[in-house]
Ligand binder design. Sequence first.
Ligand code: CA
Ligand code: CA
Length: 145
Amino acid sequence: MSKIEAFISREEEQEIISAIKVAEKNTSGEIRVHIEASTEKNHDERALEVFYLLEMNKTKDKNAVLIYVAVKDKKFVICGDKGINKLVPEGFWTTTKDIMQNHFKQGNFKQGIVDGILKAGEELKEHFPWQIDDEDELSNEISKG
Ligand code: CA
Ligand code: CA
């Protein structure tokens, strides 16, 4: 177990959870955040592994998005489900990634994650607008590695 608390304070964690709630008011897509210190694996592979571990492949519209962050490695991966990939153009996540990258470069992890979540929500809105019968299909809590 890694000490994620060294990177993200309780207050920052709450801010991230709030950002997920705000983002999910725009879209039926489900956003989750996983934070760990580092991994031996390829970050894309590890993100996909976490995606399945968290059973994020089980949403109704296959529109879950995982923001995976390996803080010590200074790496992050945005991993969207099939339903999203089917509908969106290539490079769909580029804007979100750029926003996150800029904050991460300055060691500003919390803000990078928060802004990434909010941007992802806006981007998803166009393809997966929020529905009146929306369910919170996946927990908004941060998953920690
Ligand atoms: Ca939802
Ligand atoms: Ca949720």
